[in-house]
Ligand binder design. Structure first.
Ligand SMILES: Cc1ncc(COP(=O)(O)O)c(C=O)c1O
Length: 403
């Protein structure tokens, strides 16, 4: 009897698969949380106590009792009524007149991002992202064998002049970028929001150089200041923007409901790719989101979340100013994260590990979000999850370690 050599059975695609360094950190945090109370600045989740779980319980009871369709497959593109509601939602929150037929409901923005990879990306393709960018998009699209090029950001978001230079340099080498992926509002991990001028420039570049843009709007509904910016999709006269939406950050990451708003020509192809892989998004969750949208409750849930996270953000920013004086960090007007630059000689991984071990404070090292191995001295701090009264204590503990 001999055990099979499983490696021999794997596809060559596995050469492109890297384990998520963040998952590794998340398991360490979970392990530590079993031993002691951990202050978490790590996750990208909303605060479960801000989400109306009792209301969801009531909705779920009604849905399972009254709705026979709640326990069977929905169409792969989602419940027709939900797609109608999402089209209305796009009108209200994204200033986009979306035809319901161009909406595909997905298992969170994550599935939408993976479907884009599945349908559009192949080995050798070049994709441009903000540097740093959302680590799961980086890992997911790298699984399709692509080459990622990161373009830096400043306080106004993606540096579109550097983007143009990059596109031109590629052209001069006979190469083309297939997609530009951006999280223009409350970016993960930086917390930065792209200015209106940069947004205009980006749309001009897309038109000038014949590019498609993937706009990831995961944090579009967690905005803490008056923003004079428009969603890229709403400025999209040539239909070059694929919009990835998500209800996760307001209604709950566990529901797993997101969507794609696609150029009409691509809808059937996306459905064809999606159908055999998941049949449909989770149906009870689709019904819960549907009921929340129909009853006009999204705005109430969103504004409660915004109120709570704005207060937490301010506490964290004040604590950083007080205990980590002089360290460079972002001041987010949207999203869930503050990005912190440690002194150059410090390693974000080491600090994150020691903060967890010695002080029970969980953070995420910034390095995995960078496309080029830079950012070793950075940390991502989430401000939505930790209880209000623990934020300053957590930052103070972190400062002890850093000092
Ligand atoms: C920028 C960004 N996009 C997409 C997602 C995926 O979220 P979900 O699949 O829960 O919609 C996240 C989650 O952290 C994110 O930060």
């Amino acid at each position: 009897m001999s055990k099979p050599d499983y490696m021999k059975f794997l596809s060559s695609k596995m050469n492109f698969v890297e384990p998520s360094p963040i998952r590794e950190m998340v398991s360490k945090i979970a392990k530590k949380s079993k031993e002691t109370a951990v202050v978490s600045f790590a996750a990208g989740d909303p605060d479960p106590d801000v989400i109306p779980r009792k209301l969801y319980a009531e909705l779920a009871r009604k849905i399972f009792e009254d709705e026979r369709r709640s326990v069977i497959y929905s169409p792969t593109e989602g419940l027709p009524e939900l797609r109608e509601e999402i089209a209305g939602f796009m009108r209200k929150y994204e200033q986009v007149e979306a035809d319901p037929d161009t909406i595909i409901v997905t298992g969170g923005g994550s599935q939408a991002i993976d479907l884009i990879g599945k349908l559009m990306l192949e080995p050798g393709d070049i994709v441009i992202v903000e540097n740093p960018s959302y680590v799961n998009t980086i890992l997911d699209w790298r699984q399709y064998g692509i080459k990622l090029i990161g373009v830096p950001m400043d306080e106004h978001g993606l540096k579109t002049d550097v983007l143009e230079e990059t596109i031109r340099r590629l052209r001069s080498e006979g190469k083309f970028a297939k997609l530009i992926y951006t999280i223009p509002t409350g970016q993960n991990p930086s917390g930065l929001t792209m200015s209106m001028d940069r947004r205009r420039h980006l749309m001009e570049l897309a038109s000038k150089y014949d590019l498609l843009i993937v706009e990831d709007g995961a944090y579009n509904y967690l905005v803490y200041e008056q923003l004079n910016v428009k969603p890229l999709k709403s400025m999209d006269e040539e239909n070059r923007v694929i919009f990835v939406g998500s209800f996760s950050k307001v209604l709950g990451t566990g529901l797993r409901v997101g969507w794609l708003n696609l150029p009409g020509e691509l809808v059937n192809l996306f459905k064809a790719v999606k159908g055999p892989s998941d049949m449909c998004p989770p149906v009870p969750s689709q019904f819960i989101v549907l009921e929340v949208l129909r009853a006009g409750l999204f705005e109430e849930i969103r504004s409660n979340a915004v109120k709570s996270y704005k207060e937490k953000r301010d506490i964290m920013l004040n604590a950083i100013a007080k205990h980590l004086t002089g360290l460079k960090h972002t001041k987010p007007v949207a999203g869930m994260f503050i990005f912190l630059w440690l002194p150059n000689h410090l390693d974000g991984w080491r600090i994150a590990e020691e903060a967890l071990e010695k002080y029970s404070v969980a953070t995420i090292p910034g390095a995995p979000f960078f496309t080029d191995g830079s950012g070793k001295n950075t940390l991502r701090l989430n401000f939505s999850m930790a209880p209000l009264d623990q934020i300053e204590k957590g930052v103070e503990k972190l400062s002890k370690l850093i000092k």
